[in-house]
Each structure stands twice: as structure tokens, then as C-alpha cells.
Design a binder for this molecule. Sequence first.
Ligand code: ZN
Length: 236
Amino acid sequence: MIFERRRFGKDNYLYLLAEGGDAALVDPADPETALALVRRIGIHPRWIVHTHGHADHSGGSARLREEFSAEVIGHGADAGWFRPDRDLAGAEFLELGALRIRVHEAPGHTPGSVLLEWRGRLLTGDTLFWSGCGNCRHGGDPVRLAATFRTVFPGLDPRLEVHPGHDYAEANLAFVLGLEPGNQAAAGRLSAVRASRAAGLEPEATELGEEALVNPFLRAGGDGPFIDLRGRRDRT
Ligand SMILES: [Zn+2]
């Protein structure tokens, strides 16, 4: 079993999942980073899976699809951004050779956002970040995102490791501590994230249960979006 996460650009992450010789890349928007990873491991990914359609996640798939004769898999509701060979809509499980990935539809950041659960890990794309959640500025819907946080995450195993599509942890934790100045878990997490980054390491993944302590979006209730967006002047 192989599970690898690689940073590209400033804060993007791509992932490699493999079971025996069966391998899938998740959101490999930077082909060079993805190619370096699979060459180092010596594996041939036959599948490219997208958590959602935005170009900083799906932009590398056309080249890698050609390079590996790989199948591109994602939710058809995001097909305006990329062309999936296989549509994840309505799929509960994704069987890729020996890889068996559970799929959770999680609309909101985009209409076709999904969470991918595999071997105790939850790949959350831009739906859930460490200490934050995705925005809705590019084809998203805050009411649907709020519904995802209220209905999808509470049904998941709290021991799942959270592996997001970006590392925004430091900025998000500053926001959380502004909102909840007495949140000791958030203060501790910020220190740990800063120490990891200062040492040239990636932040440790949180478990979903502990993530809820440092992520107010996992604790939001009510029937509407978390904040009233009416009359808000959006930054574009
Ligand atoms: Zn996105």
C-alpha cells in the first residue's frame, strides 16, 4: 500500500494511492510533480481521480491521461471544467483494480465536489481544509456547502485522517483564533503547523474528530449558510 502527498505551487496538494500495482493519482494538476513522484516510486497510474473540476486540481489531467493512457474520473456535474471518462455521480464506491475508494458526494464548493475515503484517509479536495472550508466564488453555492457540512461530515468516522487539496492551515487558524480566542486546540495546532513548516516538513494530517475542535465549520448548525451573504460585497 502506498499513500503519498506532494505539494506543488504555493499550497496545492496532489496524491498518489496504490495497492499492489494498481495506482491512481488524485488531482495531479502539476504534471511535472506527478511524473517525478510516480517515477521515483516506479509505478504506472492507470487512473486520475478528481475531487472537483477547478483547474488547479484538474488542469494536468489531459497530459497525464495521454502519458499513462489513464482513465480520468470525476463527477459529471463539474464537466464544464474537465472531461471525465467515468462519471462519479451516484457512485458509492469506486473500484480501481485492488483500490476500493468510497465516494461521498459533497456539493457546495462546486456542484460536483466529492470526498474520497480510502484506508482511513479522507481526501477532501477544496470542501474541507485544515481549520477551514472552501469558498463558493467559482461556481459554488454556500447553501449547498452548508448542507454538506451539516449532513455529510457528521456521518463519517471521526478517526479518518483529513487530507485536503490545499494547505491553508496557518491563515485559517489565524481566522479561527480571531473568532475563538480561547480555543487552546487551535492555538496548539497553529504552533505545530508553524513548527513543521519551519523545519521544511508538511503539517501532520488531523483526524476528523480533532479537526472539529479547530475548525468551526464542522461545528456550525442552523438551516442557512453560516453567515448572511445578502448585501455582501464580494471581492472578485
Ligand atoms: Zn476548487
